[in-house]
Design a protein around this ligand. Structure first.
Ligand code: SF4
Ligand code: SF4
Length: 285
């Protein structure tokens, strides 16, 4: 089963929830603890909770065009075919803009002079290794200044192979843009972490729309609950989003998380609540 933990906005406690779930499941299945994927490749931080030993690494990149000006006739066919405006012919020069290139290969295939070859362009790495409690851990890390997270997430999902029956927990990037959609693809269930504020509700609405469009069943975890916020409960009820867990607004939790502790470290009894939630999810699928 693949469970993705996401939130419409950053700072909702998504990684704390994802890592707490991983520890809770590892505690009852030491034979096959979960596989944890940190897909928040622009700012991965699950390692702070899970303490992996990252022994394996693989570079991620695209094949981008390189133009041999001695063969190029500046006919402009490559620029015409490129949907992303990543290659342009300006007078007697053919320029490639690597940061816009999606590595689709169309320009290389269509160049009548065979003036284009493809060269690797690194954008990040994927890394993996065992983590605390026997959890299998893998993450992607986008290089600073690289604009495209999706290829790194896609490679991470391919590279970190799970065992049959192994639960996979994906920690998604914040927001609702392409990296989140890529993380969600192939998931069996989406856990949306939100907080009881108008901003939290606004972003939950957007995130639940994405889940609906992808046809992925979803449930909600309300973090930092500090008294009733009826608008949020009404929204969840209207959208048939079960509220699976409520985490109180507590100073001890905030301090513990800041020190790299999961909820299970801070309140050991919460492990049972995470396992109960997992059972509930399994029964819904
Ligand atoms: S299609 Fe080939 S020959 Fe034409 S401009 Fe592009 S690189 Fe040059
Ligand atoms: S590989 Fe695709 S995206 Fe990149 S420059 Fe060529 S046509 Fe454009």
């Amino acid at each position: 089963m693949i469970i993705t933990i996401a939130s419409g906005k950053g700072g909702t406690g998504k990684t704390m929830v994802a890592t707490s779930l991983a520890f809770s499941l590892a505690a009852i299945n030491s034979e096959q603890p979960p596989l944890f994927l940190d897909c928040d490749v622009e700012a991965p931080n699950a390692h702070l909770f899970l303490h992996p030993r990252l022994g394996e690494q693989q570079e991620v990149g695209l094949l981008i065009p390189s133009v041999d000006e001695t063969k190029c006739t500046h006919c402009g066919k490559c620029a015409e075919v490129c949907q992303y405006h990543a290659i342009a012919v300006l007078g007697q020069k053919t320029l490639v803009f690597p940061q816009l290139c999606h590595g689709c290969g169309s320009c290389t295939a269509l160049c009548p002079e065979k003036a284009i070859t493809e060269v690797p362009d690194r954008m990040g790495v994927v890394e993996r290794g065992p983590a605390a409690a026997g959890i299998s851990f893998a993450r992607g890390v986008l290089d600073v200044g690289e604009p495209m997270a999706v290829p790194v997430i896609r490679q991470l999902k391919k590279w970190a192979i799970s065992q049959p029956e192994q639960v996979v927990i994906r920690d998604a990037p914040p927001g609702t843009s392409c990296p989140v959609v890529e993380t969600l693809r192939g998931s069996d269930y989406l856990l949306l972490v939100t907080e009881p504020t108008p901003f939290g509700l606004h972003d939950l609405r957007l995130a639940s729309q994405v889940a609906g469009e992808l046809g992925i069943p979803a449930g909600v975890i309300i973090n930092r609950e500090n008294g009733p916020y009826l608008a949020l409960d009404e929204f969840c009820a209207n959208q048939h989003l079960p509220v699976l867990l409520r985490i109180p607004f507590e100073r001890a939790i905030a301090e513990g998380v800041a020190q790299g502790k999961t909820l299970v470290d801070i309140h050991p009894e919460s492990g049972g609540r995470f396992r109960q939630m997992f059972k509930q999810i399994a029964s819904l699928l």
